[in-house]
Design a binder for this molecule. Structure first.
Ligand SMILES: [Zn+2]
Length: 393
């Protein structure tokens, strides 16, 4: 085509033009042999917020208010009003009414594991199915037997937050805020040196009028072992805005308290409040240049509860269903899939390793124990020919 004739290529000038391409062709095999980008190179997650909702069941996450419980005057003071707030005839609408953040934002941009109706399972591995062993499993990956499983005793296991806080990358950038006052023991604050604000411990930040206000409210509260979640949230939020921790654990506790007292109406109300608080936190994160598009949320629970209508108030090895839990994850490296509808099994003891992996494994080699949850990762680096779109991790 055109004015080129075969002998045109014989001219030295054309050979010169061709030479760089030939060189490039020779180099190609070397490029192809380069290893794919490591997790740390392709990951966008620089910050991780771990959020737990104590003793909150998978049943309410995936199907909303329980039909047998919301209509029972033994557990709900005003069944008519409770139904107006949280009821719909379909599970899909009920869960949206109860947890709008989970079923709008996380369902669109993240992943939700644990809908057992679809064969997708998340389970605790420890024998007890109560709080201390559950949080121990989440943060240390261990599932061992305890002499006194739910008492304020120093945990002998090193936890992943402690490892991160001792790493070069996250030193002094880890913070813990929880409602239940046993966390300083579960995370062994004395040994680990982690800053753990639990129960009604004041924030006490000199010169911060907001913190002073929160502390004065806390100081005037009637003390119990579990601080009001709203106060835990406000305390954490104040700290986040002032100090920008990279790794945050926020532990809500009142869902379990409401359930133990047999108040299903308050249990639902608390869950809806927590959904709202997590939404606020996600909004804060996504509108702060420090956190925006570089922060992942991992949300889960320490244990399930009894599945039988007369057993939902309790949990433990004696109450069937107490080992059945759930997990939600949302962030810049997470491939959105919403509710996971395929059969699968995840265990709570994988969370410690997952936490480390999401941050590029800066912890000590071989720690934490266990395999991370296989979360499909987005590829930030350009793809090389023949590589799959996502890699398991
Ligand atoms: Zn409990």
């Amino acid at each position: 085509m055109g004015s080129y004739t075969p002998d045109t290529f014989g001219k030295p000038i054309k050979m010169k033009l061709f030479l760089p391409y030939a060189m490039l062709l020779l180099c190609l095999p070397a490029i192809a042999q380069e290893p794919p980008p490591s997790h740390a190179e392709r990951a966008k997650t620089k910050n991780l917020f771990i959020i737990t909702i104590d003793g909150f069941r998978w049943q309410e996450i995936f199907t909303g208010a329980d039909p047998l419980l919301i209509a029972n005057p033994q557990y709900v003071r005003d069944t008519m009003l409770a139904r107006r707030l949280y009821w719909d005839s379909t599970a899909g609408e009920r869960r949206k009414k109860l947890l709008p953040f989970f079923w709008s934002t996380i369902a669109r941009d993240g992943r939700l594991y644990g809908n057992r109706l679809l064969g997708n399972k998340v389970n605790v591995r420890n024998f007890y199915k109560i709080s201390y062993p559950g949080y121990n499993e989440i943060f240390t990956g261990h599932t061992d037997l305890f002499d006194s499983p739910n008492l304020p005793l120093e945990n002998r296991h090193v936890n992943v937050l402690e490892y991160l806080n001792n790493s070069r990358e996250f030193k002094g950038k880890v913070a813990v805020f929880t409602s239940w006052n046993v966390f300083p023991y579960i995370l062994n604050e004395v040994r680990s040196g982690l800053p753990v604000n639990s129960g009604y411990e004041p924030l006490a930040q000199a010169g911060d009028p907001e913190a002073g206000l929160i502390d004065s409210v806390q100081g005037s509260m009637r003390r119990s072992k579990t601080r009001h979640d709203l106060l835990t949230f406000l305390t954490a939020k104040e700290f986040i805005e002032a100090h920008h921790p990279s790794v945050l654990f926020l532990g809500f506790g009142e869902t379990d308290e409401c359930a133990h007292t047999g108040r299903y109406d308050l249990y639902l109300q608390q869950a809806a409040d927590i959904d709202r608080m997590i939404a606020d936190l996600w909004y804060l994160v996504q509108t702060d240049p420090f956190y925006r598009d570089s922060t992942t949320f991992l949300i889960t629970t320490d244990h399930g509860r009894g599945w039988k209508p007369n057993k939902w108030t309790t949990h433990g090895f004696w109450a069937d269903g107490s080992g059945d839990i759930w997990m939600a994850v949302l962030g810049p490296d997470i491939v959105p899939a919403g509710e996971i509808t395929t059969r699968g099994q995840v265990y709570q003891k994988q969370f410690a390793a997952t936490i480390a992996e999401l941050l590029g494994d800066p912890a000590a080699p071989g720690h934490p124990p266990g395999h991370p949850v296989n979360l499909p990762a987005r590829m930030a680096a350009p793809l090389l020919a023949g590589q799959p779109q996502t890699t398991g991790r």
